[in-house]
Design a protein around this ligand. Structure first.
Ligand code: HEC
Length: 97
């Protein structure tokens, strides 16, 4: 009977590890995705510095719409809302330091 008082299941919340895995699989070819290090592709901003150019919320919106607009050097990605939440949580974990 205490089930209703339990905190929401973690499985539904943003998952930093999943966001990191997504970045490593899809973005690390060009962007630095760790707390240190340079991007493999020099023009691609390291993820830990993205928040210097964008509020994280604007980034979430851009990811939902497909971030390719105006950046021909970058392939187009369409993320599901869950993937975006995970990715943003991961970015926040990078820039929190
Ligand atoms: C094939 C290389 C490549 C891959 C893979 C890649 N990017 Fe990029 N990305 C770039 C380059 C190059 C730029 C810089 C473009 C510019 O400033 O004109 C960039 C810029 C960005 C920017 C900043 C956009 C801006 O307006 O300055 C964001 C945010 C971004 N990438 C997110 C991602 C995410 C998220 C992924 C993985 C899902 C990803 N990128 C994968 C090459 C890539």
């Amino acid at each position: 009977m205490f089930a209703l008082l339990a905190p929401p299941a973690r499985a539904n919340g943003p998952d930093v590890a999943a966001g990191r895995a997504f970045a490593a699989a899809k973005c690390a070819e060009c962007h630095a995705v760790a707390a240190t290090g340079d991007s493999p592709k020099a023009e691609a901003p390291p993820f830990r510095r993205l928040d210097e150019r964008f509020p994280v919320a604007a980034l979430a919106e851009a990811l939902a719409e497909g971030i390719a607009t105006g950046h021909p050097a970058m392939p187009e990605f369409t993320l599901t809302p869950g993937e975006i939440d995970d990715f943003i949580a991961f970015l926040e974990s990078l820039t929190a330091e």
